[in-house]
Design a protein around this ligand. Structure first.
Ligand code: ADP
Ligand code: CIR
Length: 339
């Protein structure tokens, strides 16, 4: 049955872990909001090059469909059974990763958050999306000092596509993976971007998750970006209740983001390592780094500008992610200089 559902060549973890028996066992189940297995795996079916191929429609999906989610999560995150995710947002004082600004163009740290009680992006109705947007706008309006800013609805924007490193990072309609998962439904209704007046804090509302809260620096100062993000989160947490699970940590629509739901990264120009990809890939494996293209997930590297970020999100604290990233970047810069 699953062999017929997924392309024969698909490398997706969902294909590996959804056996025909399991498919039969789960296919008639539904969460209270009506999310089904068929909806969860539609992106993996329509996109044979998916690496994971499954999304959650709500917090309950992780329980109702746990026989398929659980092995995928454990394999993807190398997360052993019997462990529980622990959060720690204590800011380490790290020196700038590239003090002379020779390689690093900018730093961005984001966390994904979803509000308790609302369906996730693949399943939420338009009315719930708008209601949730209103709740979040009110919470963001209470951000004070350098965190204070404005909300821009995507509905009012003629052309939301923006070049990389422009002052306000705006998101566009999701890619074909997100589209097949139902994440683009009703786009751009209910979507928008909050930005602080200094453009260092931004919140994407109703992209792949309800919130993508991000802190940006035009330098390599990871600690400064992390501290700002921590302050913003503590303030928003006084108004918003985020979906959290004692095993999986912060719950997200894509299982790859579970745990800290954090991606801390830099845009870094590595001309020599670009021509020596085997060294770059070896270092990335050794330091648990993820390499993305210049414009984000599944995009190309332009002019040797890599997006280097943490590969680990679950079973590790936010503080440890930042420390590891700092070490990993130092190793990349050292290798670039020695080549
Ligand atoms: P996410 O990080 O939310 O999973 P993406 O990989 O699509 O999603 O990245 C989101 C956006 O953030 C992209 O437009 C990307 O170019 C931008 N971005 C990522 N890292 C940085 C950085 N260090 N500096 C500036 N922009 C960045
Ligand atoms: C895949 O399975 O390849 C896509 N669904 C993307 C997985 C990466 N996660 C993500 O973008 N949040």
């Amino acid at each position: 049955m699953t062999a017929a559902l997924f392309s024969e060549t698909s490398p997706a973890l969902v294909k590996k872990h959804l056996s025909p028996d399991l498919y039969q066992q789960l296919r008639h189940l539904k969460t209270r909001s009506g999310f089904t297995l068929e909806k969860a795996i539609r992106s993996g079916i329509r996109n044979p090059d998916s690496s994971i191929g499954i999304y959650a429609g709500d917090a309950e999906s992780y329980q109702v469909f746990s026989p398929v989610f659980d092995p995928i999560i454990r394999e993807y995150h190398h997360f052993p059974k019997g462990t529980a995710h622990v959060s720690d947002f204590t800011a380490p004082d790290l020196p700038p990763a590239d003090p002379d600004g020779k390689y690093i163009l900018s730093t961005r740290i984001r966390v994904a958050r979803n509000l308790k009680g609302y369906e996730f992006s693949p399943q939420i109705s338009l009315s719930h999306r708008k209601e949730m947007e209103e709740t979040v706008i009110k919470a963001m309006a209470t951000l004070k000092g350098d965190l204070g800013g404005e909300y821009m609805s995507l509905k009012n924007m003629e052309n939301p596509a923006q070049p990389v490193n422009s002052d306000i990072l705006v998101f566009t309609k999701g890619d074909r993976f997100q589209d097949a998962a139902g994440i683009n439904s009703g786009f751009p209704e209910g979507r928008g971007v909050f930005y602080s007046l200094d453009r260092r804090l931004m919140v994407w509302v109703n992209e792949e998750d309800h919130l993508r809260i991000m802190s940006l620096e035009k330098t390599s100062d990871l600690s400064a970006a992390f501290k700002r993000l921590g302050r913003a989160l503590r303030s928003l947490e006084t108004r918003l209740d985020f979906a959290w699970d004692k095993t999986y940590g912060y719950l997200t629509s894509c299982p790859t983001n579970l745990g800290t739901a954090m991606r801390a990264g830099v845009h870094i120009r590595l001309g020599k390592l670009d021509r020596n990809r085997e060294i770059l890939n070896r270092l990335a494996r050794e330091y648990h780094l993820q390499i993305r293209g210049t414009r984000g997930e599944k995009t190309k590297v332009q002019e040797a500008v890599f997006d280097i970020s943490n590969a680990q999100r679950l079973g590790i604290t936010e503080t440890a992610i930042l420390q590891n990233l700092h070490k990993g970047i130092a190793a990349l810069i050292k290798a670039e200089e020695h080549l």
